[in-house]
Ligand binder design. Structure first.
Ligand SMILES: O=P(O)(O)OC[C@H]1O[C@H](OP(=O)(O)OP(=O)(O)O)[C@H](O)[C@@H]1O
Ligand SMILES: NC(=O)CC[C@H](N)C(=O)O
Ligand SMILES: [Mg+2]
Length: 510
């Protein structure tokens, strides 16, 4: 899952973009990039690593202009960690376009083939986002009359993108000389929100993956961008919008609410925090059913993401809630790190138990999700080493059993701890006395209730194998897995760790 951000302001945007990317850092730790625009001129700086490591003062100084976009990257299925695939991407024709993408395309192989054979465009990386940029560029070029461009032409180009592209895409882009474009796929799988800020010089606009960026940067939330909709904001700050798909249907990714998004964000009108509290309520009922005697002395969250659900679960069951694991604040999220070796090592570096909370007690550990089981195995063992009498493990999400193809790196069934195992076998695998999973219907109810009943359907494929875009076949999943399991792919994602902060790309694009 990546974080994207676009701003059209009245004064230089470099610092706003930097600060905005910092609050979206939880969505991608692999690479970061910013492009700013001064009319026809684009300035880019991007590199591998965290935002704070990629941008130095000298880089910031070169990012001139009152409009800009930014990206933090978490590489998805099919693509490895590499500088070449860091975003935003640039294409010089037509006009000069830069684009930042959150999501994952499911027909990028076909698109790349079409680019080569029909559209005569060169794609130089394995990134699906580069293909997406070139489809948009091609559709814009087909419609532009000479060098003249207006909102209608841009919206027709986005409509054409919707026809050609499948999968998940929330996008911000800049067209040199014109303005900022933002659009969302017809199911709105990935989030995208719009905010504004009034100044004496006029209205400024911000588009971001999560509302937390608006809060931090002093913008007011206007609304979420609708699925299928495109918004165009000229450099002068005039906003136009259009629904560019004939049958848009909001089916947002439920994993944003389980794990990805920050709890202080509001996505499609759902407070992520409230959704997680409700997950805790439902999970409490499951715990009561599976451990009727409630032989549990204490409820302990696995920091950070499970905290809200764990707290609510403890309240509901009338059990004490304690912080039994202390998180090292300098270690990032482990699940989105590339390579299993680094993820495993980081869990131990990240979490350390407080002995007194475990010694002689029966503990209920609560996590938001169990995916590969990397975290669970380590923390159950830590709890035992700290003297716990019994260790139960509850997950606010159901077992993750299917690859995620819309922007989360869960590509092979073999990697998922729930594949081919019963709950009892999973408990044995992680060393717990029992594992208690949320039911999928309850997870959906939690999010539906948090939406006030407005959103009926969620993208839940990693739990039930039902893919909303309708193009995911067994063959597709087999190919994805084969690609992922090839030695070349493993090597590139693990070795990427050693490259962190080494590769930096800087360009003044004219
Ligand atoms: O079963 P696994 O493959 O280990 O994946 C699931 C774990 O990874 C995530 O934590 P992460 O450390 O990424 O972030 P957090 O601090 O936001 O909880 C998630 O919250 C679970 O704890
Ligand atoms: N997680 C994401 O949204 C990734 C975007 C894009 N598919 C990439 O790999 O860079
Ligand atoms: Mg976690």
């Amino acid at each position: 899952m990546c974080g994207i951000l676009g701003i059209v302001a009245k004064t230089p945007v470099n610092q706003l973009l930097y600060d905005g990317l910092l609050v979206l850092q939880h969505r991608g730790q692999d690479a970061a990039g910013i492009v700013t625009a001064e009319e026809q001129r684009l300035h880019m700086h991007k590199g591998q690593g965290l935002v704070r490591d990629v941008f130095r003062t000298r880089n910031m100084r070169s990012l001139w202009g009152n409009t800009g976009i930014g990206h933090v990257r978490y590489p998805t299925a099919g693509s490895a960690s590499s500088l070449a695939e860091s975003q935003p991407f640039y294409v010089n024709s037509p006009f000069g376009i830069v684009l930042a993408h959150n999501g994952n395309l499911t027909n990028d192989a076909k698109l790349k083939d079409e680019m080569y054979r029909t559209d005569l465009r060169h794609i130089n990386t394995n990134s699906d986002s580069e293909a997406l940029l070139n489809v948009f560029a091609h559709e814009l070029q087909n419609r532009a009359q000479g060098f003249k461009l207006d909102a209608d032409i841009i919206f027709e180009a986005v409509a054409a993108v919707h026809k050609r592209v499948k999968g998940a895409y929330a996008v911000v882009a800049i067209i040199a000389g014109y303005g900022l474009v933002a659009f969302r796929d017809p199911h709105g799988i990935r989030p995208l929100t719009l905010g504004s800020h009034e100044t004496e010089a006029g209205t400024e606009y911000l588009v971001a993956s999560e509302s937390v960026a608006l809060d931090t940067l002093g913008f007011k939330r206007v609304r979420d961008i609708d699925p299928g909709e495109a918004v165009y904001i000229s450099f002068a700050g005039e906003l136009s919008n259009r629904q560019c798909h004939p049958t848009p249907n909001l089916v947002p990714c439920i994993f944003e609410h389980v794990y990805f998004a920050r709890p202080d964000s509001v996505i499609d009108g759902i407070s992520v925090y409230e959704a997680r509290l409700k997950m805790g309520d439902y999970l409490a009922e499951r715990v009561q059913k599976i451990i009727p005697d409630l032989d549990i002395d204490v409820v302990i969250p696995i920091p950070d993401t499970s905290r809200a659900s764990a707290l609510q679960l403890a309240i509901k069951l009338n059990l004490p809630y304690r912080e039994g694991f202390i998180k090292n604040r300098y270690i990032g999220r482990t699940f989105i790190m590339p390579g299993q070796a680094s993820r495993k090592k980081s869990v131990r570096q990240k979490l350390n138990p407080i002995g007194v909370e475990f010694a002689g007690r029966s503990v209920l550990l609560v996590d938001d999700s169990i995916v590969r089981g990397t975290t669970s195995k380590e923390i159950v063992q830590m709890a035992r080493e700290a003297g716990a009498r019994k260790v139960y493990l509850a997950s606010a999400a159901p077992p993750v059993k299917f690859p995620h193809v819309y922007g989360i790196d869960m590509p092979t069934r073999a990697e998922l701890i729930a594949t081919g195992r019963t709950d009892q076998q999973i408990a044995e695998e992680v060393g717990a006395d029992a594992v208690i999973y949320q039911e999928l219907t309850d997870l959906i109810s939690a999010c539906r209730e948090a939406s006030g009943g407005r959103i009926q359907e969620f993208e839940t494929s990693c739990f039930d194998g039902k893919y909303i875009t309708g193009d995911i076949t067994d063959d597709y999943l087999d190919q994805l897995e084969a690609k992922r399991l090839s030695p070349l792919s493993t090597k590139s994602s693990d070795s990427a760790l050693h490259d962190l902060n080494i590769g930096i790309a800087e360009q003044n694009l004219v």
